[in-house]
Ligand binder design. Structure first.
Ligand code: NCD
Length: 477
C-alpha cells in the first residue's frame, strides 16, 4: 500500500488525529490566510459515487490553500466506461497529481487504489466500508461543540449496517474513550465484522441494554408506537480518559440511565443505494430512529444532534432552528479539517506530535495466508469485482479464535471446520482441533464454514478423537 495513504481511520494514530484537529482549528481562524501554501500542488478527486460535501469541501480546501484540483465525478465520463480497470485509472491519475481523493461504491476500492498509486490516496468513502475523513470532521465538531473529545456519550442512530461514516466513527470514538450506544433501524444493526473488530481488536465487550428513553426515537409518528422495551447494544469505556482502552465495568447495566446526560445523537439515513436485500424501503412505519423536536422533547434537553448529511426522513426540518442541532456547522467544518489534512499529508505542514505507533495496532497478530476453500464472499468487495488486480491472500487471526478477514472490505470469515487430504482420504474436523505451527503448514488444510460445505467437497467426518489430535497453535511469520 502507498505509504502515507488514508484508507481507514486506523491509518491515523490518535496523535495524528489530534494534529489534524489542532491545525484545523488554527486554519479555521483565517481560512483565507494560507493562499500560497499548496501552490504548485494538484489534488485529483475521483468520485465514482454522488457527493456534495466531501468533494465540495476537499476542492474548496485545496483551492483555499492555493493548490489546484482535477476531477472526474462520473464513471461514465472516464475510461472505466470503456472497460478500463480501477487499478489502471488510479495508476494514470496518480501521475497527474500529488494526492488523490477517491470515492467508489466498491468496498476496499481505496485500498486497491493505494496499492496502485504513486501518490497518497485519501478514502472519500468506499462502499459501506469506511469514510475516515468524515470521521475527522465529526471529531472536530465534537471537539469544538462539546469542548473536548473526553467523556463523550454518543448515540449512533440509523443504518449502522451500511453507513460507512458510522464504522469509521465507531473505531475512532473507541480510541478516544467514548461510551457508544447503538440505535439501529430494524435489520440495520452493526455488521458482524465491525462488532468483531470492536470486541477483538479494540477489546471492548458489547453489552445489550434496554433502550429506555431512547425507545421514544423509534416513535413512528403515525400511531405513536414506541419501542421502550427494545434491547440495544452499547459499549462502555472509561469515561474522560482518551487514548486508553481501559474498560469501564458498569456491572452489566441492563437499562440505560440517561437522566441529565449530555448526549450526542449521530443520525444517519438509510443507505438505500446499498440495499441488496430490499429491506431498506423507507416506509414511515418502519422501526427506524427519527429525530424531531417532539422525539427529543425536554427529555434530551442537553443533547447535541449531528448528521453527516444528506438527510432523508430521519431528521425533521423542525430541528434546523433548534439550538441542539449542529449538522450544518459540522458540514462547514469540512473545509478547515480538509485544509489541515491536505497540508499534513502533502508534507506542507509537519506532523507536530510526530509519527507514533497506532494505539490500536490492528495489524498485530495478523499474517497473510491463502487458505484453500475460503474466500471473501462479499459481492460488493473490490476483490470480487477486479480480482486480477487484488491480492488473493486473506488475513489470518488466531486470537480469540481462528478466522480470516478480507484485506479489502475487512469482512470476517469464521471457518467452523478444517479438512485434510491424506493418501486420497479426505476428512474434516472441527476447527478447534486445528494443529499447525507455522503459516506454511496452513497450505495443507482446507477450510469450511459448515459441515455441508465440507461434504459437498467430498470430505467426510474424521473418526480421530481430539486426544489424538491436540490443538497446537503457534503461528510464526
Ligand atoms: C455520507 C457518505 O457519503 O457516506 N455523506 C458524506 O460524505 N457527508 C453519508 C451518506 O451518504 O449518508
Amino acid at each position: 500500500m502507498y505509504k502515507g495513504s488514508l484508507v481507514t481511520i486506523d491509518d491515523l494514530t490518535n496523535e495524528e488525529i489530534e494534529d489534524v484537529l489542532d491545525l484545523a482549528q488554527e486554519m479555521q481562524k483565517d481560512l483565507r490566510g494560507f493562499p500560497a501554501l499548496a501552490s504548485g500542488h494538484i489534488m485529483a478527486s475521483l468520485f465514482f459515487e454522488p457527493s456534495t460535501r466531501t468533494r465540495g469541501s476537499f476542492e474548496s480546501a485545496m483551492k483555499r490553500l492555493g493548490g489546484n484540483t482535477i476531477t472526474t465525478s462520473d464513471i461514465r465520463s472516464s475510461s472505466m466506461e470503456k472497460g478500463e480497470s480501477l487499478a489502471d485509472t488510479v495508476r494514470v491519475w496518480s501521475s497527474y497529481s500529488d494526492l488523490m481523493v477517491i470515492r467508489h461504491p466498491w468496498e476496499g476500492a481505496a485500498r486497491l487504489a493505494a496499492d496502485f498509486s504513486s501518490v497518497p490516496i485519501i478514502n472519500g468513502g468506499d462502499g459501506s466500508h469506511e469514510h475516515p475523513t468524515q470521521t475527522l470532521c465529526d471529531l472536530y465538531t465534537l471537539k469544538m461543540e462539546h469542548g473536548s473529545l473526553d467523556g463523550l456519550r454518543i448515540v449512533l442512530c440509523g443504518d449502522l449496517k451500511n453507513g460507512r461514516t458510522v464504522h469509521s466513527l465507531t473505531f475512532a470514538l473507541l480510541r478516544f474513550g467514548a461510551q457508544i450506544i447503538f440505535l439501529p433501524g430494524e435489520g440495520l444493526e452493526l455488521p458482524d465484522h465491525v462488532k468483531y473488530k470492536i470486541e477483538t481488536e479494540y477489546k471492548t465487550p458489547i453489552q445489550k441494554v434496554g433502550a429506555g428513553d431512547l425507545g421514544a426515537l423509534y416513535n413512528t409518528g403515525s400511531d405513536g408506537e414506541t419501542f421502550n422495551e427494545t434491547d440495544i447494544d452499547a459499549v462502555y469505556m472509561t469515561p474522560s480518559r482518551s487514548h486508553q482502552l481501559t474498560m469501564y465495568q458498569p456491572e452489566m447495566a441492563t437499562q440505560l440511565d440517561l437522566k441529565g446526560q449530555n448526549l450526542t445523537f449521530y443520525v444517519t439515513r438509510r443507505q438505500a443505494e446499498r440495499d441488496e436485500n430490499g429491506i431498506i424501503h423507507g416506509n414511515k412505519s418502519d422501526k427506524y430512529p427519527r429525530i424531531s423536536k417532539r422525539a427529543l422533547s425536554r427529555r434530551f434537553r442537553r443533547s447535541m444532534v449531528l448528521h453527516p448529511l444528506p438527510r432523508v426522513d430521519e431528521l425533521s426540518p423542525d430541528m434546523d432552528s433548534d439550538r441542539r442541532s449542529k449538522y450544518f456547522i459540522q458540514a462547514g467544518y469540512g473545509v478547515p479539517v480538509r485544509m489541515a489534512l491536505l497540508s499534513l499529508m502533502t508534507g506542507l505542514k509537519p506532523w507536530r506530535k510526530g509519527i507514533t505507533k497506532n494505539s490500536i495496532d490492528s495489524k498485530t497478530d495478523q499474517i497473510s495466508v491463502m487458505p484453500r476453500g475460503i474466500r471473501c464472499e462479499n459481492p460488493s468487495c473490490v476483490i470480487n469485482k477486479e480480482a486480477h488486480n487484488c491480492d488473493p491472500e486473506l488475513r489470518l487471526l488466531v486470537k480469540p479464535e481462528i478466522r480470516f478477514s478480507c484485506k479489502y472490505c475487512e469482512q470476517v470469515i469464521v471457518p467452523k471446520f478444517y479438512g485434510t487430504e491424506q493418501g486420497g482420504r479426505k476428512t474434516y474436523n472441527p476447527i478447534s482441533r486445528l494443529p499447525f505451527k507455522s503459516r506454511h503448514q496452513l497450505f495443507q488444510f482446507y477450510f469450511f464454514r459448515s459441515k455441508e460445505e465440507a461434504t459437498e467437497q467430498g470430505f467426510s467426518r474424521s473418526s480421530t478423537s481430539s486426544r489424538d489430535n491436540p490443538r497446537i497453535l503457534e503461528v510464526q511469520n
